[in-house]
Write a protein that binds this ligand. Structure first.
Ligand code: BTN
Length: 273
């Protein structure tokens, strides 16, 4: 029998109950995204595939940042073959937004009394505290393209031991509920919602975008976003059909394909795209 603290997952359930065909589990990894890049070719051959660990030692975040997590967090990467999923190049920028929405769906199921929102491009927050981060990467091997969606959800880990700057702005299911969840159950729910949301992209993109705009923290707020060396500010009109953040500054409209949100105002106005 394997020890629960190093093996908290029911691996056969993952391929039985979701669209995932192969699970690559390692008790400890530097980063599931890095392992997914290293094993891309065999993983693509059995995609959708998941790289899963109980603990990351060098988790990677967006824009080269580190991702802090301890045992009890859910950290995994989903490897997808875009050709298999009818994901045209035009739809790929929307994939991380779809993934954020999938995790938001699950957090709303688990925390029905709480306000669970997404923050462009793909963070999931409970109230004002981040509970999930997503790192989507495109990589090629030979002439094949692979999509890697790395997802970190704070589940049974507490932020109590985190560095102060992370503790102030993040939370976990454990910190909110004061009890632990079954990690396999949370993973299965997330993977099932991911399948649903990914299927929505080619078929019902506008439905997905309407839902994303409906639960978007930044909508109507004054927002500052770092784009390369510049800071762009304006009132957020929402997320457009291509997943870009739309900001209005006076009569000027800016559409941002990517960036790091630095600040947002407390109050929001009703503004529409
Ligand atoms: C962010 O908010 O900056 C993105 C964080 C993404 C973290 C996840 S954890 C699983 C996967 N492996 C990594 O190294 N990063 C992603």
């Amino acid at each position: 029998m394997q020890h629960a603290s190093t093996f908290p997952f029911d691996l056969p359930a993952i391929t039985r109950a979701t669209f995932v065909r192969h699970v690559e589990f390692h008790p400890v990894l530097a980063s599931t995204n890095t392992t997914a890049v290293e094993l891309l070719e065999p993983l693509l051959n059995s995609s959708p595939a998941v790289v899963l660990t109980s603990q990351q030692t060098a988790g990677r975040g967006r824009k080269g940042n580190a991702w802090w997590s301890t045992a009890g967090a859910l950290t995994f990467s989903l490897v997808l073959d875009p050709a298999q999923l009818q994901l045209s190049a035009e739809l790929r920028p929307l994939l991380s937004l779809a993934a954020g929405l999938a995790v938001r769906d699950v957090m709303s199921q688990l925390l029905p009394e709480r306000d669970v929102v997404i923050k462009w491009p793909n963070d999931v927050l409970v109230g004002r505290h981040k509970i999930c981060g997503i790192l989507a990467e495109q990589q090629s091997t030979g002439d094949r393209q692979g999509l890697i969606i790395g997802i970190g959800v704070n589940v049974n880990n507490s932020l109590a031991g985190a560095p102060p700057e992370i503790r102030q702005r993040a939370t976990s299911l454990f910190d909110l509920q004061q009890y632990s969840c079954d990690l396999t159950d949370v993973l299965l729910r997330v993977l099932q919602q991911l399948e649903r949301r990914i299927q929505q992209l080619p078929q019902q993109r506008m439905v997905l975008l309407a839902e994303a705009n409906h639960c978007h923290l930044l909508a109507g707020r004054h927002v500052s976003v770092q784009v390369a060396e510049q800071t762009v500010s304006g009132h957020c009109l929402g997320i457009d059909d291509h997943g870009q953040l739309v900001l209005r500054d006076g009569s000027q409209i800016q559409r941002l394909p990517s960036g790091v949100v630095l600040h947002w105002s407390e109050s929001a106005q009703t503004l529409r795209l």
